[in-house]
Design a protein around this ligand. Structure first.
Ligand SMILES: [Zn+2]
Length: 397
């Protein structure tokens, strides 16, 4: 089997635009095989340009000459793409041979996150990546690209954490740099909600949705916004910070310095505190994690059901404002709270109640859905980010 980089290097000489186009098409196919029309839609290239690029790629054997059921696929290659989601209280790693389907990933999940600091988490993360790569039948030296998702704002121009850097992350932490240097691969980093949005848009059933909002509701609350093919990052990487929408001007002080942010009302700490207080007064066991609150709600505990249902409503009210602003055709709720039906019901109820009716009417093709990829959406999005990042690395011109 061949290496993608070697084969790209063997392509016949072409001007910079043609070379860039075939690299773009190759990476789009590695992200997800598709028809010529699909690839044109994803790359924003014309179908004629895609067709020319595919012909050139077929000459070097990077894609088979004959399409599989009309789809352009990648020939067998050694290369592996890796995606890592570094949550506060969990870590998820996915690794996939570039010629395999997106759902054929090797997956590693740990309930240890970065809560005790990046330096302490790093050895375990490396171990998980090694295990996932081994499961794909490849070696560390076969890693083609790496993407990292973090629940923090990332400056889109520099790839650094946007100031101020909130704990458990610290000044000087560079997870993409550390892991990329260790793997000997280029590494890219972005906010995890942005990457969840990218994965849902790419691998969900509504690939052709135009404006997509993905909400990650876990320890914190964040949103990723996709308009056409682009993640909306904003000037300083702060777009989509729905967790800091003010929902209660007289509420609790948030770690961002604001008061009454959405996260202070429905973030994991707030939900654990609400459920814990009421259950302690009942003499019942006090939940210590968000998982325990969700499990108790799913087991019909009245206190936890109230906490989760109302949290969904509060999110729905904030999403209504976002829908009035952006008029998306797809809103996906992901993160651990999305695994709770009661949360989604509350969210749907208040979204309908507070958004412009036309913005959220099913007759207008609007869809509110829970994540199709589940808790590994962000890691899958990180894998896509890594591959997309390679568009601009090296040159076969
Ligand atoms: Zn805040």
């Amino acid at each position: 089997m061949a290496d993608t980089q070697d084969l790209l290097g063997r392509l016949p000489a072409a001007g910079p635009t043609r070379a860039a186009n075939r690299r773009k098409v190759l990476l789009a196919v590695a992200i997800r095989p598709g028809t010529q029309a699909d690839i044109a839609h994803r790359t924003l290239l014309s179908q004629a340009t895609v067709s020319a690029a595919v012909r050139e790629l077929a000459e070097t054997g990077l894609v088979p000459g004959v399409k599989e059921r009309g789809k352009i696929v990648l020939s067998p290659v050694n290369d592996v793409g890796v995606g890592v989601h570094l949550g506060t209280n969990h870590t998820t790693v996915v690794a996939r041979s570039l010629d395999a389907d997106f759902d054929q990933v090797a997956l590693r999940v740990s309930s240890e996150g970065v809560s005790r600091g990046w330096r302490r988490a790093l050895p375990e993360v490396r171990h998980m990546i090694d295990e996932a790569i081994a499961e794909t039948g490849r070696r560390r030296s076969d890693v083609f690209s790496l993407g990292v998702a973090v629940p923090r704002m990332i400056n889109p121009r520099t790839g650094d954490f946007t100031q101020p850097i909130l704990p458990p992350w610290r000044e000087g932490d560079d997870p993409a740099g550390d892991l990329g240097a260790w793997l000997g691969a280029r590494a890219f980093i972005d906010n995890d909600a942005n990457l969840g949005a990218l994965a849902e848009r790419t691998y969900g059933t509504r690939e052709h949705a135009e404006t997509v909002v993905y909400v990650k509701a876990s320890t914190g609350i964040g949103a990723g916004i996709i308009v056409h093919n682009s993640v909306l990052r904003g000037h300083g990487g702060m777009a989509g910070e729905i967790g800091h929408f003010t929902v209660d001007p007289n509420g609790a002080v948030c770690q961002c310095g604001g008061r009454g942010c959405l996260e202070t009302v429905i973030g994991a700490d707030a939900l654990i505190a609400q459920a814990g207080g009421a259950r302690a007064r009942n003499g019942a066991p006090v939940p210590e994690t968000l998982e325990e609150v969700i499990a108790a709600a799913n087991a019909q505990d009245a206190v936890c059901m109230r906490v989760i249902h109302d949290a969904g409503r509060v999110l729905g009210q904030s999403l209504a404002q976002l829908c009035n602003l952006l008029n998306p055709d797809l809103v996906v709720v992901g993160g651990r709270l999305a695994q709770c039906q009661l949360f989604l019901e509350g969210c749907r109820e208040y979204l309908r109640r507070f958004a412009l009716p036309g913005a959220v009417a099913e007759s207008s093709d609007f869809v509110l859905a829970s994540s199709e990829l589940g808790t590994w959406a962000e890691a899958q999005g990180a894998l896509i980010l890594g591959l997309r990042g390679m568009e601009h690395v090296g040159s076969d011109a």
